[in-house]
Write a protein that binds this ligand. Sequence first.
Ligand code: AMP
Ligand code: TRP
Length: 339
Amino acid sequence: MSKKRVLSGVQPTGALHIGNWLGAIRNWVELQNEYDTYVCVVDLHAITVPHNPEKLKSDTLSTAALYLACGMDPKKCSIFVQSHIPAHSELCWLLNCVTPLNWMERMIQFKEKALKQGDNVSLGLLDYPVLMAADILLYDADLVPVGEDQKQHLELARDIAQQRINSRFRKGNNPVLKVPKPLIMKEGAKIMSLLNGTSKMSKSDPNEGSRIGLLDTADTIQKKIKKAKTDQHFGLEFNNPNRPESDNLLGIYSMVTNQSREIVAKECFDIGWGKFKPILTDALIDSLLPIQQKYNTLIEDRSELNKVLKEGTDNANKLSGQTLLRVKQALGFLERINS
Ligand code: AMP
Ligand code: TRP
């Protein structure tokens, strides 16, 4: 039996943080051992809010390099840049034409992001989940590992595939598109802001101090943890609804040291914030160091990165081209004559 397939991606919208790593990329590193894995840098998504062209370019490159630095292995997975595969935009258009507008207006992330944009909301921001559906459906993905915030977008991709394409356009028994499933890891699914334990750590938070970047220096990490929000209680613990910061920072500590929650809870139940913070700082610095070293090597000499992206693009092109053709045939497009 052939391996099941996994597809995922992260937007190149600024420096990746430990939420992206612990909630997404670190899971991919495990999954690639078992699944046929495709991961892309979703640059077309990054322009759904106003962007800076120079920054888009460098963020795309650094995101791809971070995939490798975090342990994605080109022997086990395909890594590519979304905009290098025209099929994403093309399938997005086809799906746009069968997706009801009111499905889109319900998307929570759209509503949140639109609020932040004020008068400047692009049509692309509304359409973003359809592009994401195209990303997933093009590769016949079985599983899509994402953080909890993306669950609604996954549901949309499933609904489009099932209700709007397969049930309307299938001929015979074979579905046109594979219906994917979300894979939401419990641990790390939601890393919270350092400054507010009830709001998600996010690249778009204007306050840099709310997140630890994967490329933050030891000095920066130390300063950010020093300023991280605490509470009046002594000792760290999980699952106390009145202590979201304790839950979040202890959770991060458990993940970056690869220790179980039980073990770290035991280690930290009788130490105060003043003692815990330097321990967490050291653990973060130690866990990010190997990623940063590999990243620096990859960025200094681009040849490995270029080779990996070229191979990934070739694989992605082949697979997505077949799916796009299948959808176009099902929808009734006249076939192109190749001379
Ligand atoms: P984004 O930063 O929105 O492009 O997200 C990229 C990936 O990281 C997605 O799979 C998200 O679900 C995941 N992610 C983003 N922020 C967090 C967070 N604070 N905690 C856990 N996962 C996250
Ligand atoms: N929307 C996702 C996010 O913000 C990124 C994304 C785009 C994605 N296309 C995808 C994730 C396909 C998984 C699969 O995190």
